[in-house]
Ligand binder design. Structure first.
Ligand code: SF4
Ligand code: SF4
Length: 169
């Protein structure tokens, strides 16, 4: 395996430069077998994660708005010593078209020194990010392209997949 790229400034720059290429790769992936790609992705994901320390990165917590359920809002408001109503008014943004709620601030207010200060009680969306361990990768490539310039796991996974599938850049 090639050495991993973990420089987040470089990754953000390459994401801009490779936007067209990544959309072409997305179309290419659509023509592949779902199961076969999942097997490859899960194997690569495991190898890449074993070499990347999220505690030294925290870039997703700087740029993204994780979704939160009503139950999670109750937990977070308790941690912040607010009522859920006060908590929502200060910290939550609604997407009514999707009926979803998200943490409002970027960087996330719970991020301190690249680490999550509520790690054990962080929302499920944070726990499962960058979602590369989930099935049906080829049906989630839009969000992977969005995350390619943010998360080194996604960046390296996409690049290794291009190489293994002999995708013409
Ligand atoms: S709650 Fe924690 S893991 Fe989630 S975005 Fe905020 S700092 Fe990151
Ligand atoms: S999930 Fe990705 S962006 Fe978030 S801390 Fe880990 S490597 Fe960095």
């Amino acid at each position: 395996m090639k050495p991993l790229e973990i420089n987040i400034e470089k990754i953000a720059r390459l994401a801009e430069q490779r936007e067209d290429e990544n959309y072409r790769f997305r179309v290419f992936l659509k023509g592949q077998e779902d199961d076969k790609i999942d097997i490859m992705v899960h194997k690569m994901d495991k190898e890449i994660r074993s070499q990347i320390d999220c505690k030294e990165c925290g870039n997703c917590c700087i740029h993204l708005h994780p979704s939160v359920t009503d139950e999670e809002i109750e937990t977070l408001s308790r941690l912040d010593h607010h009522t859920p109503i006060e908590y929502v008014a200060k910290n939550i943004v609604n997407d009514n078209s999707e009926n979803m709620k998200y943490l409002k601030d970027t960087p996330c207010k719970y991020l301190h020194d690249k680490k999550c200060s509520i790690y054990l009680e962080r929302p499920e969306d944070c726990k499962s990010y960058p979602h590369t361990q989930n099935d049906h990768f080829i049906h989630r490539t839009y969000s992977m392209i969005d995350n390619y310039g943010i998360c080194p796991i996604v960046f390296n996974l996409f690049e290794q997949l291009k190489m293994e599938l002999k995708f013409k850049k």
